[in-house]
Design a protein around this ligand. Structure first.
Ligand code: GTP
Length: 597
């Protein structure tokens, strides 16, 4: 295809502002999919995405659009993940296209993720077309929001498209704007092949599918290719475009986007951002800015029922096939038995994987406290990367500990600002900036990641009644006074509950943990001390008093069925119990104890 008749773009939006609905409309209006095949939210292929309303895996579609100038254009939409955990993938897919539609909900305005993603688009030199969505709603204020876009983001919004992705109003204008306002790609057909690996996923029928954007040269079926960063070599088995159904194609030239398969065994053999070239006549230099995404949050996943360990292994292996940024290794815990220590890009990533294991594989899980990666500098000059508090070396041998910090951007209506600032302060945040745009405030904080991985999102949502939006980037490591806090139940350490905390917050955390456990652990026939400790020193303590009578005692004299029922209920409850020395702790206790206030 002639380069001047190609437009490549992505859609930048905050969650729920209508990205998927708009994408569906664009596909529908260009007749790419027959009406009867049109399914709500075509691009969000996984159920879980649909349910949570988030787009996890990048996907793409090729649209043919007969424009008003009488010419037919090929529009390639690359769908980018909308969440902070996937910032690196977003920045990669942005490099594969020349422009973005900036979709802003005209009833809501600019949010933290809008900002983060639009800056990524600006960094990638995109031409940006602002699109104000949901103008069918009476509460929409397109003029005010257009002004806000200009004030906050600093791009011209006078020619913003006013649309309703729901009713279809304004969609033709968006299609025209893509053709007339976004630039065509450039590239040299005669140069050696240079293509970007934009995304990859596992398909049960095809194996690993790789999405590519050709920069220079031409790729054809049967070509012998080389992935420049990983050094892996393959033969191209299949070349296709997504419309959105797969359609085989003979070749892909400069500016084009498509998919290939090449007998690649697992997704982790492909690296997003890698450069694909020919083995015989490779290009001189790979594309710039490649860095493989690294997990930043770790936690243990254990089956509630030990017998399900093998099922858990299968589930984890399957999920990892399709997700190169999810890492795992086997872990044994004195308390929880066999499980896996898993690494994630962030908390949302963790939540998604955990939910999928529980729902798609029907395995009940115990998740241990999430941990970040600490850099432990030992007295002997060596350095250790600590992913798991259980592996903490003897404090006597440690010189100092560095922890990862983030730069967080929070946007919130004025009236909740006070609560947000207090929350950030409580989490050891340092304010870097505070600005206003209309009645919304934007606060920028430098925060320790370990204070965010617990329940920061949840707290933020609850103190702002859901009105705040949040985005973050890792900003580096800093030395701080960090210690490992252990939890002991009946004098037995429960490794799954140990965590790294700041020394100044240890007592508070310890007290809260002990109080919670006291409520969560059922009484036994004996008294149970519950303690939090740093090293050998107890910093908080609660005592769970002994049960006075047998539970069935109150049924004495009652009818036998009731007594039987009660015993059965106890038995069912037992399955979800864990034995710690002489104490049984219910599964919920772990889950709830780890949700710290
Ligand atoms: P993520 O996939 O989570 O990033 O969300 P999204 O930006 O793709 O938003 P989505 O398209 O799922 O839309 C979010 C909600 O807004 C859905 O309930 C849509 O039906 C609704 N919605 C989208 N566009 C419009 C619109 O123009 N008008 C109205 N009234 N509702 C809309």
């Amino acid at each position: 295809t002639d380069l001047s008749h190609i437009r490549n773009f992505s859609i930048v939006a905050h969650i729920d502002h209508g990205k998927s609905t708009l994408a569906d409309r664009l596909i529908q209006m260009t007749g790419t999919v027959a009406e009867r095949d049109m399914q709500e939210q075509l691009l969000d292929s996984m159920d879980i995405e649909r349910e949570r309303g988030i787009t996890i895996k990048a996907n793409s579609v090729r649209i043919e659009y007969p424009a008003k100038d009488g010419e037919t254009y090929i529009l390639n939409l690359i769908d980018t993940p909308g969440h902070v955990d996937f910032a690196y993938e977003v920045s990669r897919s942005m490099r594969a296209v020349e422009g973005s539609l900036l979709v802003v909900d005209a009833t809501q305005g600019v949010e933290a993720q809008t900002l983060a993603n639009v800056y990524t688009a600006i960094e990638a030199d995109h031409e940006i077309v602002p699109v104000l969505n949901k103008i069918d709603l009476p509460a929409s204020e397109p003029e005010r929001i257009a002004e806000q876009i200009e004030d906050v983001i600093g791009i011209d919004a006078t020619d913003a498209c006013l649309i309703s992705a729901k009713t279809g109003v304004g969609i033709p204008d968006v299609l025209e704007a893509i053709v007339t306002r976004l630039p065509a790609p450039t590239g040299d057909r005669d140069a050696p092949l240079k293509a970007m690996l934009v995304d990859s996923w596992y398909d049960p029928y095809l194996g690993v599918v790789v999405m590519i954007r050709v920069m220079d040269g031409v790729i054809r079926k049967g070509d012998q290719i080389l992935m420049m960063q990983t050094g892996a070599k393959y033969g191209v088995d299949k070349l296709a475009v997504l419309r959105p159904k797969m359609q085989d194609i003979a070749e892909l030239g400069p500016g084009e986007i498509g998919i290939l398969t090449a007998s690649i065994k697992q997704v982790r053999d492909t690296r997003v951002g890698d450069t694909i070239t020919h083995q015989k006549k490779p290009c001189d230099t790979p594309l710039p800015g490649f860095k493989p995404s690294q997990p930043v949050v770790f936690c243990g996943l254990f089956p509630v029922d030990n017998a399900e360990f093998e099922d858990l292994r299968t589930a984890i292996e399957k999920l990892a096939l399709n997700d190169a940024s999810f890492t795992y290794e086997m872990e044994t815990s004195a308390a929880l038995g066999f499980g896996f220590r898993c690494g994630f890009l962030g908390l949302l990533h963790l939540e998604v994987i955990r939910d999928r294991i529980e729902r798609e594989y029907d395995i009940e899980l115990i998740t241990t406290a999430p941990s970040v990666i600490y850099q432990i500098h030992m007295r002997d000059g060596t350095e250790i990367e600590l992913h798991n508090p259980a592996d903490m070396p003897d404090p006597a041998d440690i010189d100092h500990i560095d922890e990862p910090r983030i730069k967080a951007t929070i946007m919130v209506p004025d009236e909740y600002l006070g609560d947000v600032l207090k929350l950030c302060q409580d989490r050891r945040g340092i304010q870097e900036d505070l600005t206003y745009a209309g009645s919304r405030a934007m606060a920028v904080y430098d925060l320790p990641l370990n204070e965010v991985v617990f329940d920061f999102y949840d707290r933020l949502k609850s103190v702002t009644k859901g009105y705040a939006s949040f985005d973050y980037q890792l900003s580096g490591y800093r030395t701080d006074n960090l210690v490992k806090m252990s939890v002991l139940v009946n004098e037995e350490p429960v490794d799954a509950l140990s965590m790294m905390v700041h020394r100044d917050r240890a007592e508070m955390r310890g007290r809260a943990m002990c109080e919670k456990l006291k409520e969560l652990i059922p009484r036994h026939m004996f008294k149970i001390p519950i303690q939090a400790a740093i090293g050998g020193r107890v910093i908080a303590r609660e005592t769970l008093s002994a049960m006075r009578k047998d539970v069935t005692a109150k049924c004495y004299g009652g009818d036998a069925t009731r007594k039987k029922k009660l015993l059965e209920k106890q038995k069912a409850g037992k399955k979800k119990m864990r034995q710690f020395g002489r104490v049984e702790i219910p599964q919920e206790a772990f889950i709830n104890a780890l949700k710290m206030e």
